[in-house]
Design a protein around this ligand. Structure first.
Ligand code: FE2
Ligand code: FE2
Length: 526
């Protein structure tokens, strides 16, 4: 026998089917705003409600916040993605600190019991002043109301669903919410609460992971006073380039579009690219002169020169007194050569010019001078000092260069140990390859050509451009914008960095946005 339609019969097999589908849909929705919208919309559909409000419990569990408000008759839909509801939250306790049972939504949040009211204008026990003034403002007539708690798997109430004015589909009249509708929406509300809790948990964990990664990056940058902000700038630039690739609709990158997960993976790889530097000794990272170890040993050499000069002066004084064989000009010349030799070593120590063979010969020659401390006579320069002063280019010797270069391998070893979720599983690979070059001359693995994923190429370009233009490295002069781009171009011609990427960098003027943000005025020469 076919049942007569009434408010209870408004719920049918379709609704049950829909409820099952909604449950499945809720569990797969990743975006919290879209999830909230889905919950309220579906709750209205299965209860045939004209309007509805979704409240979320605040973090401190003191108030219910309006998350979404929908009303079909009024064409109202606020709080959906991007549009926040500005209404005052509902306090769960009154001014007397007692539970706020006067407000129906607060009451449901406190007790966890659903409330079903046939007509809010004809009921006792709750204060519906807010509803009445809403009606007055809008000309609406609130009547039937169903308020249910959103209780998650941990038995916590994380929100409240309030449904307004059940509509009889045949007559279009407002009817009370049926017991069946109440049951269905309670079931939907708890599924929604579980989905929402899971979603929040994932979002919170992702947020925590991002924050943790950034903290590590800051710690690495802080190790050296000269590289502050390097990782952050590289990560920013990497993402700008990736966004340009996504936005490109023609040419080489037309078919490439990084998904949200891939963008996240790339962002994290960029933030972590130098994590291996955590093991690099500071005196190597910051080695600003050839003789610097924990301190710059040029100071030691200066002391030795001063001692030698004093010896000459003493000899001169003695000779003056004896008058025999005294040649002050010669002594003055000797002292002058000492000064010149010391100045030569100071210059060489800076490592700013290429050290040619004849310079190395001169270092060795100077080294042969003797000086004495109180106990013994020693060569003016130690073997280690000669070795370091003879560095041809820059300030790092081979062993130190290897220690520095090792950071990329350490990056791989560290990141490869971390159990990143599947969608982020390539972070170690992308991050560790940022010093590889297309021609295979990079490190740590000497990868070349197709072995280098696009993501690594992007980080590499960002890393080089940042290093060239950084204004805070004491051991090398910052480059102007045009000089940096010229060097990048040369690196493209030398098959070190990706040509298509460099062309995109130039065509889309990625450098320009970066320069305005990060470079000093004197670097802006184009
Ligand atoms: Fe690096
Ligand atoms: Fe780097």
């Amino acid at each position: 026998m076919k049942k007569k339609k009434n408010s209870g019969d408004s719920i049918n097999a379709d609704h049950l089917k829909r409820l099952t589908q909604v449950g499945a849909a809720l569990s797969t929705e990743k975006d919290i705003d879209r999830l909230l919208e889905k919950i309220l919309t579906e709750a209205r559909i299965i209860t045939l409600a004209d309007g509805g409000t979704l409240y979320l419990m605040s973090y401190n569990e003191k108030v219910l916040r309006f998350a979404l408000v929908q009303n079909a008759s009024l064409g109202l839909s606020t709080g959906s993605t991007g549009k926040r509801v500005a209404w005052q939250p509902i306090k769960l306790t009154g001014d007397d600190d007692l539970p706020n049972h006067a407000n129906v939504s607060a009451h449901v949040a406190i007790t966890g019991e659903a409330v079903n009211i046939a007509d809010v204008y004809d009921t006792h026990g709750f204060n519906f002043e807010g509803t009445r003034s809403f009606d007055q403002e809008t000309g609406y007539r609130s009547q039937s109301m169903l308020v249910v708690p959103m209780r998650n798997h941990a038995n916590e109430i994380i929100g409240v669903l309030q449904l307004l004015n059940a509509i009889d589909p045949d007559t279009g009249r407002v009817i009370p919410f049926s017991g069946e509708a109440q049951e269905l929406v309670c079931s939907l509300a708890s599924q929604a609460a579980v989905a929402l809790t899971n979603n929040r948990l994932i979002a919170e964990l992702e947020h925590l992971l991002d924050a943790f990664i950034q903290t590590i990056a800051i710690a690495i940058d802080e190790k050296s006073p000269y590289t502050g902000g390097h990782v952050r700038r590289v990560a920013d630039l990497t993402m700008t380039i990736a966004e340009k690739i996504n936005a490109t609709s023609d040419g080489y990158y037309a078919a490439i579009c990084f998904s949200d997960d891939e963008m996240r993976e790339l962002r994290m790889a960029a933030w972590l690219h130098d994590i291996g530097k955590i093991t690099t000794p500071e005196h190597v990272v910051d080695k600003s002169t050839k003789l610097e170890k924990v301190y710059d040993r040029i100071g030691d050499i200066k002391t030795r020169f001063e001692l030698l000069k004093r010896e000459y002066q003493l000899a001169m004084n003695e000779a003056r007194q004896n008058k025999a064989g005294f040649s002050p000009e010669e002594v003055v010349k000797d002292i002058q050569s000492l000064d010149e030799e010391y100045q030569f070593l100071v210059r060489i120590n800076n490592g700013s010019e290429f050290t040619a063979d004849e310079m190395i010969d001169r270092i060795k020659q100077i080294a042969q001078r003797k000086w004495s401390n109180n106990t013994q006579t020693l060569p003016l320069l130690t073997e280690d000092e000669i070795y370091n002063l003879s560095i041809r280019r820059g300030t790092l010797n081979d062993e130190e260069r290897n220690i520095i270069n090792n950071h990329a391998a350490v990056t791989y070893r560290m990141l490869n140990k971390l159990p990143f979720p599947r969608k982020l599983r390539k972070i170690a690979e992308y991050a560790a390859a940022h010093h590889e070059k297309l021609d295979g001359s990079g490190y740590p693995l000497g990868l070349k050509g197709d072995q280098l994923p696009l993501q690594s190429r992007v980080i590499a370009l960002a890393d080089i451009f940042e290093a060239l233009t950084a204004t805070d490295r004491p051991y090398k002069k910052d480059k102007t914008l045009s000089e940096a781009l010229q060097i990048l171009k040369q690196m493209v011609d030398d098959h070190h960095i990706d040509r298509d990427l460099f062309e995109l960098f130039m065509r889309e003027k990625v450098y320009e946005e970066y320069a305005y943000r990060e470079l000093a005025l004197h670097q802006m020469d184009m």
